[in-house]
Design a protein around this ligand. Structure first.
Ligand code: GLU
Length: 446
């Protein structure tokens, strides 16, 4: 049987490196097996979900090349969730509770102070019909909890190996809020059953949920998919990424000029036994994917590593490849193949060419040099060899300057580089001056 997976974001924000890694792992696994990848929009929280974010998520996935074979929204399937609710209620597995959140808090505190785990005491289950009617007459609306079996729930996780969640040690999960809205737990199971999902692949923050959800799969008579829970991402500093996820949104990385395949190459390999290196396509990454390679330690996401991969891509781009993005930069329409060949090696991303466009095609801000260096620059024009500048001119020129002034090494080259390009680093100067041409060189020395 071919596999079918789903990626199930809530449209309450754009995708960031954390949730896109889950999407990627699902996609790579499915495509490596010739299976299907479904995009499910978890929008049961109608207040916080927006169409704008839904479109944004689709844009992010498309930009990364993660095409979906099918997509649907939970908000279109309330009738199915209501049916499942009826079934669970009829079987006595979904029961009404009336505590307010303050009351629940108090119960938790009391349990903790008595050294007991803060597990819900199932008071709702013990209420008689008369008591319930009384509470409702007071204006209380019930929320609904799923009755866990109290037995260990076991499965073999494709990443974590044998798992056992003792459902006696967790609270019966709330499936329906007092306002009648569904939490994601039940809809997710109903959808996985109806869509015939074969593998649920998600972050390890969902391991405990899986204990409850497996029991719901069984209660609804569905086939429980295989489960894979991947370790979460941490930053290069070993800290969680949650606070920085805004700046690590896929949209932002794209705007910052990061190539989709650099992101995919990094996210597919961190936390695995494979080396992180640039890959040519998602298909290659899919052919190399295996749950066995994913380790148990958190995966380290290092932006420097991402930049390194991106630089590697940038260096390999032809002028044709880069042209469209160059065109979007100020003066980018002036860029030539010679310009691109010269500067590409110095760029981490195409947009970094913005620094070099004015150097070659516009004006640069004069760098304030020390008085001695300024005097050296003022006299340098005199020694510039006659005629058009070519790639040999630099050597001839700097040799002449060396014997004239006694300067050498950095003392000789740096003031020239600064005066001619406004930058302390950059491409080889013999090529720089050849591309600049005589007129610009003389103007900048003057
Ligand atoms: N909407 C849920 C989340 O984003 C989906 C979890 C799942 O994959 O089941 O956490």
């Amino acid at each position: 049987m071919s596999c079918k997976v789903r990626f199930a974001p809530s449209p309450t924000g754009r995708l960031h490196v954390g949730n896109v890694r889950t999407a990627l792992i699902n996609w790579l696994f499915a495509k490596g097996q010739g299976g299907e990848f479904v995009l499910r929009i978890d929008d049961t929280d109608l207040e916080r979900s927006t169409k704008e974010y839904e479109d944004g998520i689709k844009e992010d996935l498309s930009w990364l090349g993660l095409k979906w074979d099918d997509t649907f929204k939970q908000s279109e399937r309330f009738a199915e969730y209501d049916k499942a609710t009826q079934k669970l209620k009829a079987e006595g597995l979904l029961y009404a509770c009336y505590e307010t959140s303050e009351e629940l808090d108090r119960k938790r505190k009391i349990a903790l102070s008595r050294g007991r785990p803060p597990v819900y005491d199932r008071a709702g289950l013990k209420l008689t019909d008369v008591e319930k009617a009384k509470l409702e007459a007071e204006g209380r609306k019930p929320h609904w909890r799923f009755k866990l079996s109290g037995q260990p729930c076991e499965w073999t996780d494709l990443v974590r190996g044998p798992q056992s969640i003792d459902t006696a040690s967790i609270s019966d999960p709330v499936l329906i809020r007092a306002d009648g809205s569904y939490l994601y737990t039940l809809p997710s199971v109903v959808d996985d059953i109806d869509a015939k999902i074969t593998h649920v692949v998600r972050g390890e923050d969902h391991v405990t949920n899986s204990g409850a959800q497996i029991e719901i799969f069984r209660a609804l008579g569905g086939t429980t998919p295989q489960m894979a829970h991947t370790p979460l991402l941490i930053g290069a500093d070993g800290q969680g990424l949650s606070k920085r996820l805004g700046s690590l949104s896929i949209q932002q990385l794209g705007q910052d000029g990061i190539e989709p395949i650099a992101i995919a190459s990094l996210l597919a390999k961190i936390g695995t036994s494979d080396a992180v290196e640039l890959k040519d396509s998602l298909e290659t990454l899919a052919s190399e994917f295996s749950f066995d390679k994913i380790g148990r330690a958190p995966a380290r996401f290092d932006e420097k590593e991402l930049m390194g991969l991106n630089a590697e891509i940038t260096h390999g781009l032809t002028f044709e490849d880069a042209k469209e993005r160059l065109n979007a930069l100020p003066m980018g329409d002036k860029a030539t193949p010679e310009f691109w060949t010269l500067v590409a090696e110095n760029l981490q991303k195409v947009d970094d060419a913005a620094v070099w466009l004015p150097v070659f095609f516009g004006e640069i801000e004069k760098v304030d040099l020390e008085a001695e260096d300024a005097a050296f620059i003022a006299g340098a024009a005199e020694h510039l060899p006659e005629g058009a500048i070519n790639e040999d001119t630099w050597k001839e020129w700097t040799n002449a300057l060396k014997s004239e002034t006694g300067r050498k090494g950095k003392g000789l080259f740096m003031p020239l580089r600064l005066a001619l390009t406004g930058q302390a680093h950059g491409p080889q100067m013999n090529k720089v001056i050849a591309l600049l041409g005589r007129e610009k060189v003389l103007a900048r020395l003057g």
